[in-house]
Write a protein that binds this ligand. Structure first.
Ligand code: PHE
Length: 340
């Protein structure tokens, strides 16, 4: 038995040393140490031997098993080292090759225009505040002098969440929220940028769009201030040659109300498709804050006056970049977006 074990050990050792690769090494391991392997069989046969022999053979074959396992593992390691060496020699990395370009995003044109508009008003001493997009009917309409049955509600068909709660149809509700917060301090000189929502959807209307609201309240704010600031604003955004005009209009929350037009940025005022041959483009609504709205905000209309305005950011971006379809802003087509 002892000789058989020695013989087995020698054969196994020779085979391991001669193994050409990891696969044949695995076969050898199965042949000797696997469940039906030669050494395993001897160990399993121990129970049939008499006790004295059993101990001796048991020890010897266990030693043989351990030695062989070590030998095989060492050989595996040898193959792994060789493989690593081979790859280090063969696979050369050319660090001078150009890398894969990282695709950086661009800023959305609406954000660019928003920021430009904000910066102009920051330059005039306005501060930026924001209001909620899910708004109370009270702030969106009631407090702005638009009671429940007022026909002006038809112009801003809304997404209602409950009877009292809706997606704001304009940024004007921010006027009253800001006044409530500032009152009785003066002046109030803020802009409110943000998203607004209306039940509209075509080439010139999107159910979600952006507005910037402005509000200036003080002890002697006049219509001349309104005209002066909005004219300077138009010149900064469209260029110093731009002309402006104010047309009488109606909003329940301003009195008097006016819409501001700028001379057409496409044709310079001579008439073209963009301005429907009028030479003018409407860009914002404005007016002196209605006494009832001042009261909603806590101010005394006998003591203070103010003006407000609201403009659509998409409209200004379309004019600025010569874009003819509003929906391009929301299609997320990279061919469009990467141009900015
Ligand atoms: N909120 C008005 C609109 O969305 C615009 C506006 C704002 C008009 C402030 C006057 C004063 O149409």
């Amino acid at each position: 038995m002892h000789n058989r074990l020695q013989q087995l050990g020698r054969t196994a050792e020779e085979k391991v040393r001669a193994a050409a690769d990891a696969d044949s090494l695995k076969d050898i391991r199965v042949e000797f140490l696997g469940r039906k392997g030669q050494i395993t069989s001897i160990l399993r046969g121990l129970k049939d031997l008499d006790p004295v022999e059993r101990t001796a053979v048991g020890q010897a074959s266990n030693r043989l098993k351990d030695d062989l396992e070590q030998l095989i593992e060492a050989k595996f390691q040898e193959f792994r080292d060789q493989e690593l060496e081979r790859r280090l020699m063969q696979e050369k990395i050319d660090v001078t090759l150009p890398g894969k370009p990282v695709l950086a995003g661009t800023r959305h044109p609406l954000h660019l225009v928003m920021e430009e508009l904000e910066n102009i008003f920051l330059g005039f001493g306005f501060q930026i505040v924001e209001g909620p997009e899910v708004e109370l009917d009270y702030y969106n309409f009631e407090a702005l002098n638009v009671p429940a049955d007022h026909p002006a509600r038809d112009m801003q068909d809304s997404f209602y969440i409950t009877n009292e709660l809706l997606l704001r149809t304009h940024t004007s509700p921010g006027q009253v929220r800001v006044m409530e917060e500032y009152c009785p301090n003066l002046p109030v000189k803020i802009i409110i940028p943000g998203k607004v929502y209306r039940r509209d959807d075509d080439a010139t209307h999107s159910p979600m769009f952006h507005q910037i609201e402005g509000l200036y309240i003080g002890e002697r704010v006049t219509f001349a201030d309104l005209k002066g600031i909005l004219m300077r604003f138009a010149q900064q955004i469209f260029g110093s040659e731009v002309k402006v005009r104010f047309r009488p209009s109606y909003f329940p929350f301003t009195e008097p109300s006016a819409e501001m037009d700028v001379s057409c940025v496409m044709c310079g005022g001579s008439g073209c498709r963009t301005c429907s041959d009028t030479g003018w483009l409407e860009i914002l609504g404005s007016g002196m804050v209605h006494p009832n709205v001042l009261k909603s905000g806590g101010y005394d209309p006998e003591q203070v006056t103010g003006f407000a305005f609201g403009m659509g950011v998409e409209r200004i971006a379309m004019l600025k970049y010569g874009i003819n379809d509003l929906r391009l802003f929301f299609d997320n087509d990279l061919r469009f977006l990467s141009q900015f």
